[in-house]
Design a protein around this ligand. Structure first.
Ligand SMILES: [Zn+2]
Length: 270
């Protein structure tokens, strides 16, 4: 803290700040002999500077914690930028997913998650990451992994892995349907999904499968799928994501731009 030197001695013999005119001293009885002695205190402007510095430090520590949590959450750095703020606004489901984040406290309390389903390139993973980034910004812990990875965890690590998930306020599991299909792999998937169900903490799942596919599969296929899907349907509210492929959108924007350039140049464009 910067020392503010300017002071004067007031009529009561105490030191006063020439800037804010509040005392920087008080007279207190000495704890041993009881004789009055001068004790230094912060004047108003020193106190304000001190509090501002404390607040700045707290903010800095919070930001550091958020970026550490973000590094744990995502496997790839490009996902750090997959936010609602950076969204190009072409995905019609974006508002619904944002509404989930806005009601996050209530969603968390009631253990409500999301099942983001739709075709390849529809922006499901982008929106799941946008939710993750918002919750991370609130200082909460989030983990994003995919079903292929979860289904491949060794049986020796499974117990610890499943328990470690309780530390996360939100778990996002990407790409249901891409998991390995062995009995062991599906048992892993069930263990992870079931742990969220038991711990009462929200889960977000993305998948290329349609709800109809999942219901049919769970009716006719083996019990393992049925158990996994039942838990997911119980915890996760389905939202259909049918945005166009982001790659297709960006090439269309480029085409529109070219059209405009050509037309402004007095040329025609078919
Ligand atoms: Zn002062």
């Amino acid at each position: 803290m910067e020392e503010i030197k300017d002071f004067y001695i007031g009529e009561d013999g105490l030191e006063y700040c020439s800037n804010c005119h509040t005392a920087r001293e008080r007279i207190l009885p000495h704890p041993i002999d009881g004789k009055p002695f001068h004790v230094h205190f912060m004047c108003e402007c020193q106190r304000k500077a001190y509090e501002a510095e404390q607040a700045e430090r707290a903010n800095r520590e919070f930001d550091e914690m958020v970026s550490r949590n973000r590094m744990v959450c995502f496997r790839t750095k490009r996902m750090y930028d997959w936010t609602f703020a950076n969204d190009d606004g072409t995905n019609p489901a974006s508002g619904k997913v944002k509404a989930y984040v806005d009601a996050w406290d209530e969603m968390k309390r009631s253990n409500i998650g999301l099942l983001l389903w739709g075709g390849v390139g529809s922006g499901k993973t982008y929106l799941a990451c946008a939710v993750a980034n918002e919750i991370l910004n609130q200082g909460k812990k989030v983990l994003l992994r995919d079903f292929a990875e979860v289904s491949s965890i060794s049986m020796f690590d499974m117990d610890d892995y499943v328990k470690s998930l309780d530390a996360y306020d939100l778990l996002v599991l990407d790409d249901l349907g891409a998991e390995r299909k062995s009995e062991f792999a599906l048992q892993n998937v069930f263990n992870v999904v079931n742990r969220r169900w038991v711990s009462g903490k929200p889960l977000i799942v993305t998948t290329n499968l349609s709800i109809k596919d999942m219901k049919e599969l769970s009716a006719k296929e083996d019990l393992q799928y049925q158990r996994i899907y039942d838990r997911i349907f119980d915890m996760c509210t389905p939202i259909c994501i049918n945005g166009r492929s982001r790659r297709a959108v960006s090439s269309e924007i480029k085409k529109e731009h070219l059209k405009q350039v050509i037309q402004e140049g007095g040329m025609t464009y078919e």
